[in-house]
Design a protein around this ligand. Structure first.
Ligand code: NAD
Ligand code: IPM
Ligand code: MN
Length: 352
């Protein structure tokens, strides 16, 4: 029996609704596949936890998480309780960084039965490899002066190691797909980091002669996502550009509620973390209508990560059969609840 130890952190808002839904689905997966068992341990780290304890997690929080096989997280953020930069840097970004989850893989494709705003939705099937540990997300900088002379300085950090690592990951991924990598740049406007990014991309691409490449400025790339999605297969992007592109991708999929993601620790020293693209969705908390598919598809990425690709494929097929039959939450044009979509996925899984 393969026993997988998972730390669940529902976090805030609809994280508390979609994480339990997806863990129920994972339990059903283990029932279907006799040789696999999940052992879930729940951690209450969230903005409410902050109000009670003065921090997003205890001092030894990382120590408590580090021996799990993976972390399954919902969403973090409740601006009514804690400012976002405090809650996110105290939990989500802290885990990504301290556990060296340097790559964020974010697939995006249009699913059967889900209406995309694109004219040719079937051409939209790609993966964004987002650099996940540095770039524009940095705490280097500061605020000086006061009043009308006040200045905020925000530095971006682009190391050769981190940049190259993200790019190599993208090239390796592309070698099992359509053998094309697009680099998201902005070297026309950003003076230091982006010309450096282009240089590293050119260097790395020399090691992958079988893979074709192109480089697009992020603004034009955003437009091409919509007008020419067939041009793209694997896109490598810096931390911020990857963040924005993947919400755009999610919008093209039909809703940010269905987009999955995986924060990968590539050196094997720490657990990886699986967490969908969307946030805590404050506008729909407690209504029972949060789309659980982003979190469940993210669970599929976790299965793949554990080498259970066959099961992962079964799960994704089941998800897509429910969307195909239009069992949909309101964000993608349906009338079903989180509960109903989850129950339907579990029922279909058990019938496999
Ligand atoms: P959001 O993704 O939470 O919500 C944007 C819109 O998408 C909202 O209208 C919301 O209702 C909808 N939506 C999101 N997920 C959905 C789902 N599963 N089903 C149906 N509709 C869904 O983004 P935001 O409003 O910018 O952020 C809200 C909070 O979440 C903020 O505190 C933000 O910092 C945080 N956030 C956290 C994460 C994370 O922890 N990974 C990611 C993004 C945002
Ligand atoms: C995401 C989120 C986070 C990010 C925020 C909440 C810090 O938007 O995971 O996409 O920008 O990485
Ligand atoms: Mn985001």
């Amino acid at each position: 029996m393969k026993n997988i130890k998972i730390a669940t952190i529902p976090g805030d808002g609809i994280g508390k609704e979609v994480v339990p839904a997806a863990t129920e689905v994972l339990k059903a997966v283990s029932e279907v596949h006799g040789g696999l068992a999940f052992d879930f341990t729940d951690f209450p780290y969230s903005c409410e936890y902050y109000l009670e304890h003065g921090d997003m997690m205890p001092e030894d929080g990382l120590e408590r998480l580090k021996d799990f096989d993976s972390i399954f997280l919902g969403a973090v953020g409740n601006v009514n309780l804690v400012p976002d930069h405090i809650s996110l840097w105290g939990l989500l970004i802290k885990i990504r960084r301290e556990f060296e989850q340097v790559i964020n893989i974010r697939p995006a494709k249009v699913m059967s039965g889900v209406q995309s705003p694109l004219v040719n939705p079937n051409d939209f099937d790609l993966i964004v490899v987002r650099e996940n540990s540095e770039g524009e997300y940095s705490s280097v900088g500061g605020r000086i002066y006061r009043g009308e002379d006040e200045i905020a300085i925000q530095n971006g950090i682009f190391s050769r190691k981190g940049t190259e690592r993200a790019m190599r990951f993208a090239f390796e991924l592309a070698s099992n797909r359509k053998k094309h990598v697009t680099s998201a740049t902005k070297s026309n406007g950003i003076y230091h980091s982006m010309p450096f990014w282009d240089e590293v991309f050119k260097d790395v691409s020399k090691d992958y002669p079988d893979i074709t490449t192109d480089s697009q400025h992020i603004d034009a790339l955003a437009a091409f996502f919509v007008t020419h999605p067939e041009k793209f297969d694997v896109i490598v992007a810096s931390n911020l550009f990857g963040d924005i592109l993947t919400d755009l991708g999610a919008g093209i999929m039909g809703s940010v509620g269905i987009a999955p993601a995986a924060n990968i620790n590539v050196n094997g020293k720490y657990p990886s973390m699986f967490e969908p693209v969307h946030g805590s969705a404050p506008d729909i908390i407690g209504k029972g209508i949060a789309n659980p598919i982003g979190q469940i598809w993210t669970a599929k990425m976790m299965l793949d990560h554990f080498g259970e690709e066959e099961l992962g494929t079964v799960l994704l097929d089941v998800i897509e059969s429910t969307t195909h039959d239009r069992i949909l939450t309101p964000d993608i044009g349906g009338k079903h609840t989180t509960r109903e979509v989850t129950d339907e996925i579990i029922k279909r899984l058990k019938a496999k």
